[in-house]
Every structure is written in structure tokens, then in C-alpha cells.
Design a binder for this molecule. Sequence first.
Ligand code: AMP
Length: 370
Amino acid sequence: MKIGILGAGQLARMLAEAGIPAGHEFVFLDPAESPSAARLGHHLRAPWQDADALQVLANCDRITCDFENVPAEVLALLSESVTVRPSARAFEVAQDRWIEKQQFEALGLATPAYRAVESRPELIEAVEALALPAVLKTRRMGYDGKGQFVIHQFEDLELAWQQLGGKPLILEQWVDFDHEAAITAVRSCDGDIRYYPLSTTCHRGGILRLARAGQGQSQLQQAAEHAMHKLMDELDYIGCMTLELFVVGDTLMANEFAPRAHNSAHWTIEAVPSSQFDNHLRAVCDWPLGNTALNGHALMVNFIGHMPEPERWLRIPGLHWHDYNKSARPGRKVGHATLTAPDAPTLNQRMADLQPLLDHDLRSMMQNLP
Ligand code: AMP
């Protein structure tokens, strides 16, 4: 099939890497000059609303997205002439943290306490209602920790307001979680859902750094699948989705969901028969879904800002290297590596071999992974 993707970043690139062997062709719309996926298909370099570019996309068999801040109205417009998956509605909910949290609540999913904030007095009221620490976030266009300010004490309020005020905001109670986790699942057009095993995730500065799969506790897995099932059915969702979670004791709180492939499930490329990218395309194209069972154990390490030299990394058995061919820039995701192993002791040994190649911060995060 000819598949149009809004966005040509690394997620689009990995979708194309999964789809080309299956015979698909790709057209990417992305205003960037030379985005990561460009060399794997036809790159339309134009703004999201560009009429000529949208005409080209309207002639594809399917449309999907590699990032969630695509204007929902562009998706709605495209869906008048071509099948768009997931639907514009999933994006409308995911793009606004307040609507997203209301959706979680309506489905009975636990989520951090929150208040919408539009003015200084509302911020003061919200802080009084939720208590500190709390995190102030822009309702829209936030990702990888951007558009967030953690308020530790009342004196931080003014700085928080100076940095984020003027836009619709949300104040969230700070959750003292034991760790973070994410579940990815795929839903087909006839409502079949396949779940991947939970990843344990680790963030710094709001950016995902590590994800480990294979340590699954069945009780948390079941609770995560239950939440995902409710959300996917409610949105009549088609494709892959990831739900990011805070784990507190043996309970889960929904943080946010992504209506697309997700960084916390990149290990599915090597550690699962049908990766998140393969299954997303299967769902989008009405093909039967593939096997999501984990073969052994896996750990993914993100490369943020710059790519390390691959030589020493690639000496470790089970190490898989992904360079997104993006230019180096602080805070930018430029690649990742996935370490796979048949069992936990072997993965732990391989992680120990990896330790000397990591900076201090990553090393301590890895040592503290649950
Ligand atoms: P987000 O963009 O909302 O996913 O936030 C990025 C990261 O910031 C999360 O993965 C957490 O590590 C942290 N974070 C965000 N919101 C909260 C919260 N309410 N309580 C504790 N940590 C949070």
C-alpha cells in the first residue's frame, strides 16, 4: 500500500523500515529540510496545511502519523478523502493534557490530581488545592519535558508563571512514584487488541533515557491492559498506542497516552516477533495483527544530544544499534541501542558490560532500575 505519514522523524523512519519489506511505499509530509525518514520514501517538504502536499497525501491508501502534535484539523480534512488511522479524535484528546485527564477520569482510570489554570489567581488557588510539590504544564504542545515547571515551594510560583503563563495550563499533583512504566498495545479495525509486555521506564529532565522489558509482574500487566483496553475501545482506536504510567506500590496512575509508536517500545524491534512498527502498519492496513510476545529480556538506551562511537558498544553480544541520522543538538533524541538476552541473568551480565560506556547519570539510573 502507499502510506502517507505526517512527520518524518525517527518514528516514521522505523515505520518505513518495518513496512518496506512488506511491500509498502511511503510518502512523508514534514516541514524540516532533511528529516530522519526522508531517504526511505518521498519527502514532501511543506507546512502541515499546504494544499498541494495534502492533495498528494489524499491519493495515498492510508494516512498515519509519527508525532502527536499534527494539527487535528489536518487529519480531519484528510479523512474526508483517505483512511486516516488512528482517527483525528485520538489526537484531539492526546493533544490537550486537560481533555486527556478528563478522559482518564471518565473511564475510571486513576490519574494525578489536577486543575486547569488560566491566570495567576487560578494558579494560586490550584496550588492551595493540590499542595506542593506540583508540576505546572502547558496543556498543549508539550513533549520530552518541554513546557513544564516543577513548583517545589510557594516562592517558585512567580518564576513558573513568568515561564509558562499566557497559555492554557494544567497544574498536576507531584506523584512520588516507585517507578515509571509504559504499556504499548495495538488494536485492529475489528477491535482485536494485542498487548506488549510492560516496560519499566526511566526519565531525566522529562526525557526517556532507559526502558527495560521482561521483568513483568502479572498484576501490573493486567491492570495496565485493563486501562489500555478501556481507552482504546472508547476512542475506537486503530493502530499502536502507548500509555505512560506511574507505579505506586501495586497500583497504576495514568500519566499520558501517545496515539502513535513510542520510544518506550523500541525494544520490540528486536525482542518481539511483530514490533510496534510492524503491528501499527498491520492495523492501519487492515492486516491481521502479529505476535506481541517477548522473546527473553531487553533493555533500550536512548542517545540524547549526540551518538557515541559504536565500536565498543557493538562488541557486546545482543547489542542492536540505531542511528537516526539526525544532527547532534542538546536534548535531541538522535539514536538508541537495544540490548537483548534470552534470560534475566544474561541481560544483567550484558548490562554490566555496558556500564563502563555510560556516563555517570545513566550508570546510576541503570543500577537503580527495579
Ligand atoms: P510528561 O511529559 O507529562 O510525560 O512528563 C515527563 C516526565 O516528567 C514523566 O515521565 C515523569 O518522569 C515526570 N513527571 C511528569 N508529571 C509528573 C507528576 N505529576 N509527578 C511526578 N513526575 C512527573
